[in-house]
Ligand binder design. Structure first.
Ligand SMILES: C[S@@+](CC[C@H](N)C(=O)[O-])C[C@H]1O[C@@H](n2cnc3c(N)ncnc32)[C@H](O)[C@@H]1O
Length: 308
């Protein structure tokens, strides 16, 4: 059968957010583990909310509501809102709001953990004549071909493929999407994701798919996650954000992986076990080569000073 080729960005969008799209029918936690699934992450977000006096905390791309459920016990009196295209999780506390659209204005803190990496972008490849072209894909098979010449507006500044066969992922839609979020916030906005910086871009791009906890063949057919690392320096420049590694952000917020003193095991064994569990979670969240390498893009729209 002849391939049915469409631009990658179009296929990706339908695969995740179409009527039967992956995120309309799947719970992220069933397929991959994020910081939001590690309880101590909420301790850091709650501390950031307290330090910045947030009356409201919005979790953009709230997935299964894990972060909000944990925040519910940590931030009494603070309004909690999940923004998510998937249905409201049945176990979410009743006084946590759940909506599919970001509010026009947010006074407080907006957190978007692993949201930007799922925003579709144009995939670009340099052809044998040195011309950068949009990559097309057959959603059913993942088969690819090169299409029209790509408008180099974003790629020229941030990520140009180097040689024939090399690729980039045009981050302009992500920059615009995050700028739109930040423009609505009176307070602090934090996007948290895996990413790369100019000078260290992966030459063949970063498109990946995950399913049931495993990396699988990349295919935008709705059966699996489709993601690409974020050009975090470009997003930060679009909003005047501060870039900080997650391990450093958590340290600033008082979360580190130090083990509790062994004396506590004798004086208060259950407190020791709880502290040990928190230390284990903190170690996971700050690990090199893992979640600790994630980037926080932090923007304080009130003070221009950057708080983490
Ligand atoms: C990778 S998951 C991350 C979920 C959660 N933040 C976590 O860390 O586990 C990305 C989520 O963003 C949601 N999402 C993407 N675009 C969205 C949009 N425009 N509005 C609401 N939710 C969106 C998806 O449905 C998906 O649940």
């Amino acid at each position: 059968m002849a391939a049915h080729l469409v631009p990658w960005r179009t296929a990706w969008d339908a695969a995740l957010y179409g009527d039967d799209g992956f995120f309309r029918t799947s719970r992220p936690a069933d397929h991959f583990r994020t910081s939001a699934h590690v309880g101590t992450f909420a301790v850091a977000v709650a501390e950031l909310a307290r330090r910045t006096g947030a009356a409201t905390v919005v979790d953009l791309g709230a997935g299964g509501g894990e972060l909000l459920t944990a925040l519910h016990g940590l931030l009494p009196g603070v309004d909690l809102v999940g923004v998510e295209i998937a249905p409201r999780p049945p176990t979410l506390p009743a006084d946590v709001a759940w909506t599919s659209a970001l509010p026009e204005r947010v006074t407080g803190l907006v957190v978007a953990n692993e949201w930007l990496d799922n925003l579709p972008c144009t995939v670009v490849e340099r052809d044998d004549d040195g011309v950068d072209r949009e990559v097309l894909v057959d959603p059913a098979t993942g088969e690819e071909a090169l299409g029209d010449v790509h408008d180099p507006g974003w790629t020229r500044r941030w990520w140009t493929p180097g040689a024939a066969g090399e690729r980039s992922e045009d981050g302009a839609p992500r920059d615009a999407a995050w700028a739109d979020v930040v423009a609505r916030v009176d307070g602090v906005a934090v996007a948290i994701d895996y990413g790369h910086l100019a000078g260290d871009r992966p030459p063949f791009g970063t498109l990946r798919s995950y399913l049931d906890g495993h990396e699988v063949d990349v295919r935008p057919d709705g059966s699996r996650d489709v993601t690409a690392h974020v050009a975090v320096d470009s997003v930060a420049a679009a909003v005047g954000g501060r870039l900080v590694r997650q391990r450093d952000a958590l340290f600033e917020l008082g979360v580190d992986g130090a083990r509790p003193p062994i004396d506590l095991a004798r004086s208060d064994p259950s407190a020791y076990v709880r502290a040990l569990s928190r230390a284990g979670e903190a170690a996971e969240l700050t690990a090199r080569g893992g979640l600790g390498d994630f980037w926080w893009i932090v923007t304080d729209t009130r003070h221009g000073t950057l708080t983490a």
